[in-house]
Design a protein around this ligand. Structure first.
Ligand SMILES: Nc1ncnc2c1ncn2[C@@H]1O[C@H](COP(=O)(O)OP(=O)(O)OP(=O)(O)O)[C@@H](O)[C@H]1O
Ligand SMILES: [Mg+2]
Length: 246
């Protein structure tokens, strides 16, 4: 297998680390059948890729074989943000989905022990056909057989249909909400559209909480607001109650 080095991995402050730990533990409680987890959000820039990468690394750190799939094929920033570098050359999901390479050729071992990555190497303007192809379906089946957990980073839900297409092949989704970003109304619409899919919404990550008033050295970004198993955060409580009644 080819190797890829992630040369710009952020060190997470203790409390962010703790929040990600909690997220992983909560996912564990959702049952053994949840292996492929999609991370999405309502609008751009709410922290999907950050949450996906942090969760993947945390899962790998505790000894699970974890695969991070970059499925934001249109607009991927991961390879630059986290400094993907490979002496074997960088190829990605778009090569596999378009039939140019086999799956084993686009999955990399990394400098994170137990952590594997399936990157995007060149963004594709319209990946709809790729995401709807049989190869995508097949890929998700094969990775499920070969990894303990698969974390899938996706585009935001409200801009293009990509994330909805991807959700069909995942066991569960996590919705990232940037605390100062999308309006409550739009978030509720997103929750409703996720509920219409057959993929359960595992929980909501309230990200980028402004905790500066508590005097944090990390200011705006310093911790996840938290993860609600079925949403325990205020406005999402209603979703939680409905879920519990089921
Ligand atoms: N909790 C956090 N702590 C520190 N930095 C964060 C946090 N969440 C997001 N960021 C930073 O905010 C920026 C946007 O985050 P990110 O790229 O993960 O969002 P995204 O939802 O994936 O965006 P896009 O919709 O463009 O894919 C990045 O620079 C990221 O490093
Ligand atoms: Mg992203």
């Amino acid at each position: 297998m080819k190797n890829l080095k992630m040369t710009k991995m952020p060190e997470l402050p203790f409390d962010v680390q703790e929040a990600v730990n909690q997220l992983r533990v909560n996912i564990g409680f959702t049952g053994d059948s949840i292996k492929t987890i999609m991370v999405t959000s309502t609008i751009p820039n709410e922290g999907k890729s950050f949450v996906a990468m942090s969760l993947w690394r945390n899962i790998a750190n505790v000894g699970n074989k974890a695969l991070l799939i970059d499925a934001d094929i249109r607009n991927s920033e991961m390879r630059d943000r986290y400094g993907f570098a490979s002496e074997d050359g960088l190829v990605g999901i778009e090569h596999f989905l378009s039939g140019k390479l086999g799956l084993h050729e686009v999955i990399y071992t990394t400098n994170v022990q137990n952590g594997f990555v399936l990157p995007v190497s060149t963004n594709v303007i319209d990946p709809t056909i790729l995401l709807e192809s049989d190869r995508f379906k097949k890929m998700m089946e094969v990775v499920k057989e070969n990894f303990d957990y698969i974390v899938v980073d996706t585009p935001p839900l409200n801009s293009v249909a990509d994330a909805m297409n991807i959700s069909k092949y995942c066991d569960g989704s996590i919705l990232v909400v940037g605390s100062n970003n999308a309006s409550r109304k739009i978030i509720n619409e997103t929750i409703n559209s996720l509920k219409r899919t057959e993929t359960p919404l595992l929980g909501i990550v309230l990200n980028r909480v402004d905790t500066s008033r508590r005097g944090s050295a990390y200011g705006y970004y310093y911790r996840y607001g938290g993860y609600g198993h079925y949403g325990r955060y205020g406005q999402y409580g209603r979703y939680g109650e409905e879920q519990k009644k089921k």
